[in-house]
Design a protein around this ligand. Sequence first.
Ligand code: CTP
Length: 447
Amino acid sequence: MDISPPVGALDIVQCLQQAGHQAVFVGGCVRDLLLGIAPTDWDVATSARPEQVRQLFAHTVPVGIKFGTVMVLNPEAVEVTTFRRDLGSKNSRHPVQVLFTDSLTEDLARRDFTINALAWDPITDTHIDPFGGRADLTAQLVRAVGDPMQRFYEDALRILRAVRFACRLDFDIESETWDAVISSAYLTDRLSKERVRDELLKILAVPDPGRGLWMLNELGILQRIIPELRGSERLAQGKRGAPTLLDHLIQTAAACPEKPLLRLAGLLHDIGKLTTRQITSIGRVVFHGHTQEGARIAGKVMRRLCFDSKSIAYAQWLVQNHMHQGEISRKVLRRWLSAQGETWIRDLLALRKADHIASGGSDAPALSKAEADLDAILANEQVLKPSDLAVDGHDIMKLLQISPGPAVGQVLARLYEHILENPADNNRASLLDQAERLWADKQHFSR
Ligand code: CTP
């Protein structure tokens, strides 16, 4: 595959060099290029100071001046960062002081992993690799630059990044770096929840998130991020291939399609089992109400990790409704289509399938039937919301000779239930007829 930098990014490097500065592509884009992966961002590192960069280009945004970063719009956005050394660390998050330098090697030395401490000069086509990054790419190793403990102390997010790169690239974590991750795991408590959330989502987005989740578990990080999982590694499940609840949760997450939030719901889907486990008088283990409890806990976990309310509602709905591999009626599908929409339903079916697979099952005919029913409903019917009823409260009051009150809403709710089952009845004549029949059975309504 021929991967070349965008013309605008190349032009930035050239302009900086022509103005007498050093300028190279650096970090993730060089790593990805060497791996034959198309980079998402092309970051430039330069000996030019931020104010010199701003003078050279017409359109710039000072996105991180304190750290030497200027965004150049040429026209695509490219981050140009002055070579720097980072001194000290505030809360394992930010350097206490940043010193600009003329040495590219010093700049590379402050970076997290050897595979990211690489630079490439596209004009002379030379690689700058003082820490053996290319050898580690070949050896498929994530290795910290220099002293791993120091690197993780400077920025604890690197602990999660190590796992992310290992599972995204299918690399191993080099053993000294691995030990340092274990010793530094406590530092992740200092990270902002938003950064942890984003990194967790990136780990869940890789092709095999199971490997990343197991690594997080083995490194003692998973249960720091989600303490609600504590005990899941001891809770016996008795499922084929998944002896503990944690096995089952990770396998379910891994069996979900490549949607990080859906996979998170998969990881949390049975979390309610930990607090609802009971033994009946005949010695059976039961988990009554675990879906409801699971949805509550999933909400707690996700609020702590600063997820937005829509994502939380989505995951809670999936957890709450994940049970049953049995038939889903068309009536239920129509209700969900109206309230939750197609994407959520498809994701729920995918979660149920993943749960089924992670429980040792193979095909799930009821789920395939639900998919076929959903396709048929979408192809042939209009999604009916309660507001789409062909009659309203005034019609009901007039027909039944009743005044405004709860009974009117109750009749309308029953009519909506009726059309979910019989969509063809959504016309005035049928619904008024149905309302009269319902009303005859008066004990169902408040008066
Ligand atoms: N970096 C670092 N420590 C961090 C974050 C980033 O040393 N905590 C350095 C690495 O050299 C990294 C570069 O900054 O390559 C750019 O960071 P970023 O864009 O976050 O990651 P990439 O390595 O580019 O990877 P990706 O974009 O695929 O996440």
